[in-house]
Ligand binder design. Structure first.
Ligand code: MG
Length: 410
């Protein structure tokens, strides 16, 4: 089996409503690049990467000449062909590697007639548990704003009712910490028996991080995720707060993982199949975590069905996945895969059992959302359309005002 062509298509898929985060917002849609790798035996492997546009499509096209004739089975060689660690000082291709690795695993699975998890050691669970991933959000059409503790509780209850979530993650760093603390405590009070996690994306000062952590010690927390910036910041919070610390920002490669083993700052590592450069890198990292009694979870950087499939195959094979995975997925209005979006049952999504990643593109949807991208273009992740001119600093002190209702984004 040899690679004969690589195609990349940028799509934008609507979210139910624009979602706020510490750096800005997801402006009511996700922009993703869907990658198709063709081989000489007529198979097509699928990959996905965050962001997109002409530059992303060109980046994949530029890789093509170097990968023509490459055998998708040669996954270790692929790593060095695309993301050689010293060449990486000059070109940062980890995310491109991830998308091509997904496609090669898909091809190998399709070629052999086995699901990707069988290539990774075999699944030890048939479904992966997910957290609700709650955001403060702008209103959009019939979808109401989420800003106050009551609105957040209502939103969490609705998601729990619809999807069966029993773990809830609040994405914060938007409003002043005191307001978000009230929101988080309200969630825990309203949903007894469930578990909770808070993630302000590293924007709290050490002082605020400690105050927030201490103020939730009595709650059933999974962990406190990236309350402050950096391994040393996390380590200082970890020493003084009795809650496990988690990160998806400062342990995203093996050197950082080693640093965290030698001088522990985070107890739980959120593995992201894109940030780490593929599903296989995440499996390797999880093994290191297992050895050193670090917990693992699955990170979401905003996924459509192809990327979600990579998260499901990863979650299926990790014995030490003791935490629910994260997904933005249920905030999307649609997907580009055949058969429509994956469904949650009791807060879980079944691991695909078809050959390869187990998902196929819906060509009509792909065309529809590629057209929508051409119409709407990209958006800056680190800006908030509701606060023109605003940008955050870290630690942040430029919070959104929780006393003012959020207006729909034009
Ligand atoms: Mg995070």
């Amino acid at each position: 089996m040899k690679i004969t062509d690589i195609r990349a298509t940028t799509v934008t898929v609507p979210l139910e409503a624009p979602l706020l985060h510490s750096n800005g917002a997801h402006w009511g849609r996700f922009v993703r690049t869907i990658v198709e790798v063709e081989t000489d035996n007529g198979l097509v492997g699928l990959g996905e990467m965050g962001g997109g546009g002409e530059s992303a499509e060109l980046a994949f096209r530029a890789l093509a000449p170097h990968l023509l004739g490459h055998d998708p089975f040669e996954l270790e060689a692929l790593r060095f062909k695309i993301a050689n660690p010293t060449a990486g000082l000059y070109n940062n291709r980890t995310q491109l590697l991830a998308a091509i690795e997904f496609a090669c695993l898909d091809l190998v699975g399709k070629h052999l007639g086995v699901p990707v998890h069988d290539l990774l050691g075999g699944r030890i669970r048939d479904a992966v548990q997910f957290a609700s991933y709650l955001f403060f959000r702008y209103p959009a059409g019939d979808v109401p704003e989420v800003r106050t503790p009551d609105q957040l509780v209502e939103h969490a209850r609705a998601l729990k009712h619809e999807h069966g979530f029993t773990v809830h993650k609040l994405k914060g760093g938007v409003f002043p910490p005191a307001h978000e603390l009230e929101c988080y405590r309200s969630l825990a009070e309203a949903l007894p028996g469930d578990r909770f996690r808070y993630d302000p994306n590293s924007v709290l000062s050490l002082d605020e991080g400690l105050r927030f952590g201490r103020a939730i010690e009595d709650l059933p927390n999974d962990y406190l995720e990236d309350p402050v910036l950096g391994l040393e910041g996390l380590r200082l919070v970890r020493e003084r707060v009795r809650i496990p610390l988690a990160t998806n920002t400062v342990v995203v490669d093996f050197a950082q993982l080693a640093a965290n083993v030698l001088r522990r700052a985070a107890d739980v590592v959120l593995l992201d199949t894109t940030f780490w450069g593929g599903i296989r890198a995440c499996v390797k990292a999880a093994a290191v975590c297992e050895t050193f009694q670090l917990g693992v979870a699955v990170h979401s950087s905003g996924e459509l069905g192809v990327q979600l499939a990579t998260m499901l195959h990863l979650g299926a094979v990790l014995p030490n996945l003791t935490y629910a995975a994260d997904a933005h997925y249920h905030h999307l209005a649609d997907d580009v895969i055949k058969g429509g979006p994956f469904r949650y049952e009791d807060g879980r999504i079944r691991v695909p059992s078809g050959p390869g990643l187990g998902v196929e593109l819906d060509r009509d949807k792909l065309a529809e959302y590629a057209e929508l991208y051409r119409e709407l273009g990209g958006y800056p992740y680190d800006r908030d359309p509701g606060r023109p001119g605003w940008y955050p600093i870290v630690p942040n002190d430029r919070w959104a005002d929780p006393s003012r209702p959020l207006a729909p984004i034009a």
